[in-house]
Write a protein that binds this ligand. Structure first.
Ligand code: ADP
Ligand code: F6P
Length: 320
């Protein structure tokens, strides 16, 4: 039975990370396990920046955006020497289990710890990008989508007033999920994602056809990994003569109080991760699959590319 575990948030923050920390801590503490929070992800681990978390220390954080444990990107952890320092810290502190909450980079670090040290590791997918295989949704995605949809809706107001086209750039790194789902749920004219080669002429024709039908606004959602919104705007302006504006939503997509969906997912994945660790599982990630919480082999999850649902892309084209 594990006696002392640690939890960290790492990589890009995501709404719901705090709710996840709360669930990990409260589940483990309720089973008599001592829990430590590691500050600032892998850099805090290397620098031995730990804080003990008791049941009441994680009160009132469910609804808070960001992460109370802070987060960071840490180059040192990618090299052997940095990781050896980290393993020494874990050993000296007699930590026998670790929960890593983060995106695919953070989970890559987590699997290395499981493979290279005696510490048991369970990962929890938290990233607005929704690019992790083995889970239908990552923590933070739903809140991010609600933010994007709300903002596109506002842009539509001003686009209609001025009869303009808006090119809206969303985050997602190399994954088009945020653009695809926000595009379909706001009725955008077009969606540009890295998974589908862009045809600027077809896009321009679609906008012109919309105008012919009497549309007074046009929204094109562009995933950052596909193209720069400015490039798309230039192509479209040249081909349609439309007055266009660009809006890059940026980091507002990562902030805010988590939605009910993300809070529930955080409660389930967080407690599931603590339970998995305490029952002796190692090198797994807790995932949401068909509404069940399941352990997924971490190496396999990281080695498999999460495919985007291209049926949704086709549907968006039909419906807009
Ligand atoms: P995210 O977890 O949101 O995908 P990153 O890709 O920036 O964010 O990864 C977060 C951190 O995870 C990195 O700064 C690094 O400390 C660690 N990490 C990422 N990739 C690796 C790797 N290949 N080996 C070891 N650690 C890694
Ligand atoms: O992985 C989350 C994410 O927000 C990506 O969508 C984006 O490409 C990246 O992080 C931005 O990173 P940073 O916070 O370092 O600007």
């Amino acid at each position: 039975m594990l006696k002392k575990i640690a939890v960290m948030t790492s990589g890009g923050d995501a709404p719901g990370m705090n709710a996840t920390v709360r669930a990990v801590v409260r589940y483990a503490v309720s089973k008599g396990v001592e829990v430590y929070g590691i500050m600032r992800g892998y850099i805090g681990l290397i620098e031995n920046d730990f804080v003990q978390l008791k049941f009441s220390d994680v009160g009132g954080i469910m609804e808070r955006g960001g992460t109370i444990l802070r987060t960071a990107r840490c180059e040192e952890f990618k090299v052997d020497r940095g990781r050896k320092e980290a393993y020494k810290v874990l050993k000296d502190r007699q930590i026998d289990g670790l929960v890593v909450i983060g995106g695919d980079g953070s989970l890559t670090g987590a699997t290395l710890i499981a493979n290279e040290s005696d510490v048991k590791v369970v990962g929890i997918p938290a990233s607005i990008d929704n690019d992790i295989h083995g889970t239908d949704m990552c923590i933070g995605v739903d809140t991010c989508l609600n933010t994007v949809v709300e903002n596109i809706q506002k842009l539509k107001d001003t686009a209609s007033s001025h009869e303009r086209a808006f090119i809206v750039e969303t985050m997602g790194r190399n994954c088009g999920y945020i653009a695809l789902v926000s595009g379909i749920t706001t009725g955008a004219e077009a969606i540009v994602i890295p998974e589908v080669k862009v045809d600027f002429q077809a896009l321009a024709d679609k906008l012109l056809a919309g105008k012919k039908r009497g549309k007074i606004n046009s929204i094109v959602v562009v995933a950052e990994g596909a193209a720069s919104a400015y490039t798309v705007a230039r192509h479209l302006e040249n081909r349609t003569g439309y007055e266009t504006r660009v809006s890059i939503l940026g980091h507002i997509q990562r902030g805010g109080s988590p939605s009910a969906f993300d809070r529930l997912l955080a409660c389930r994945l967080g407690s599931g991760a603590a339970e998995a660790l305490l029952s002796g599982q190692n090198n797994v990630m807790m995932g949401l699959q068909s509404d069940g919480i399941v352990p997924v082999d971490l190496n396999k999850a990281l080695q498999t590319k999460k495919e985007i649902d291209l049926e949704l892309y086709k549907l968006a084209n039909i419906l807009s």
